[in-house]
Design a binder for this molecule. Structure first.
Ligand code: GDD
Ligand code: MN
Length: 375
């Protein structure tokens, strides 16, 4: 069997204290790698602390170390530059991506590559599958932060059933599979890159994704480079990544629901104040007005990918939507009564809680019953 070649890509920004021991540690692990000769590429963004110079020096002694320097434009941009550099040289059969701060122990490199050889295209070093771990000393806030980011990414990307650690930066990729992915299309410069790449692999049904457990460790020296801008970009990218995701449809549905509340209150006020209609009749008209406006907005906005909207179908749908709204209101009222009367919650709290099951019911009924022809 001929020896394959892998390129380990390590992005760095101000990792002067970590990079030399890390590179030496990787080199020390390489004897455990079977079937691959391994090169290492450090993608440094002219780090002011001299990370690049340290790598350059090491590269003189170790022929498999290379340095790629560039302007600072975020983690995702650095990865794309590194991957492009690797793809331009036909010798690489696989890429490994990892952080420079010892959070990703080099000891997993052999297993990541072995798993590729089992026929997988994309192998993630995962903290969130059995056997994986995060450091013991993480605060609740840090754990929550990581889990929420992960959950957000998985649900909005619609990859929750394939991938449990969507934000992990430790992975191995088969080059021939990466060549089928349009890196230009990822359009992310920051930390969301990991999710965007995983999503892109997951969108190709032929490509096989898997995870191996890793124990994620605290960075050895220096500080994380994540900033507020990265968080904002992350949330925005998570939301826009997959327009078809049901999580995104649900957000649109909730936005419409809130607009319905405004329509309801507005109609009631106008009818009672300016048309002097009794509040009871006004309330009934206001409810139907908001049901109608919710219906129209859901039709053109929330479920806009639906097919077939002949007038007859629309009227049929509207009657279904009315039936659904009535049922939703009944559920809400039943739950409210239980919480208020039997459990004795304060009435506003009881009502606020009672809205939750009815929104869930309404969403479920809308997407499977009223607008079921979506594609
Ligand atoms: N070239 C370059 N340019 N490298 C960068 C940049 C940049 O703009 N920003 C960060 N890096 C490098 C860091 O030097 C480090 O080697 C690696 O990217 C990860 O950066 P950290 O700042 O250590 O990120 P983190 O520990 O907060 O986040 C890690 O874990 C997350 C999941 O919890 C990363 O692996 C993320 O990708 C991952 O989502
Ligand atoms: Mn880190």
């Amino acid at each position: 069997m001929s020896l394959k070649t892998a390129l380990v890509i390590i992005p760095t920004y101000n990792e002067a204290e970590n990079i030399k021991p890390l590179l030496l540690s990787i080199i020390a692990t390489l004897h455990e790698v079977t079937g691959y000769s391994v090169d290492i590429l450090v993608v440094d963004d002219y780090s002011p602390d001299g990370t690049g110079t340290i790598v350059q020096k090491l590269a003189q002694k170790h022929r498999n170390i290379q340095l790629l320097s560039g302007k600072k434009a975020g983690l995702g941009d650095a990865y794309i530059r590194g991957l492009r550099y690797g793809l331009d040289q036909p010798k690489y059969d696989a890429f490994v991506m990892m952080d420079a701060d010892f959070s990703h122990s080099p000891s997993y490199i052999p297993r990541l590559l072995r798993t590729l050889d089992q026929g997988y295209d994309y192998v993630i070093g995962s903290r969130y599958i059995p056997g994986g771990a995060i450091p013991d000393d993480w605060s609740i806030l840090r754990i929550l932060n990581s889990k929420v980011a992960n959950l957000l990414a998985r649900t909005f990307a619609g990859i929750g059933r394939t991938v449990y650690d969507a934000t992990s930066g430790y992975k191995a990729i088969r080059t021939s599979s990466l060549q089928t992915i349009d890196l230009d299309n990822l359009r992310v410069s920051g930390y969301f890159f990991q999710v965007a790449l995983t999503y892109a692999f997951n969108s190709k049904s032929k490509l096989q994704i898997t995870e191996i457990p890793i124990a994620f460790e605290n960075r050895k020296n220096g500080a994380s480079k994540i900033g507020v801008k990265d968080v904002v970009e992350f949330v925005y990218c998570a939301y826009t990544l997959n327009p078809q995701s049901s999580a995104r449809t649900f957000v649109r549905f909730c936005v419409v629901g809130i607009s319905g509340v405004v329509v309801n209150l507005g109609t009631l006020t106008v009818l009672v104040r300016y048309f002097h209609i009794s509040p009871l009749l006004g309330g009934a008209i206001a409810i139907e007005t908001s049901i109608a406006s919710n219906f129209l907005l859901n039709h053109v906005y929330t479920f806009r990918n639906d097919t077939g909207s002949s007038r007859q179908r629309l009227i049929h749908r509207f009657s279904k939507f009315n039936a659904m709204s009535l049922t939703g209101a009944a559920i809400s009222f039943a739950v409210f009564s239980v919480l208020y009367k039997f459990i004795g919650l304060q009435y506003i709290i009881a009502d606020a809680l009672a809205i939750i099951p009815s929104v869930c019911f309404n969403y479920w009924a809308s997407s499977t019953f009223v607008w079921k022809d979506r594609h």
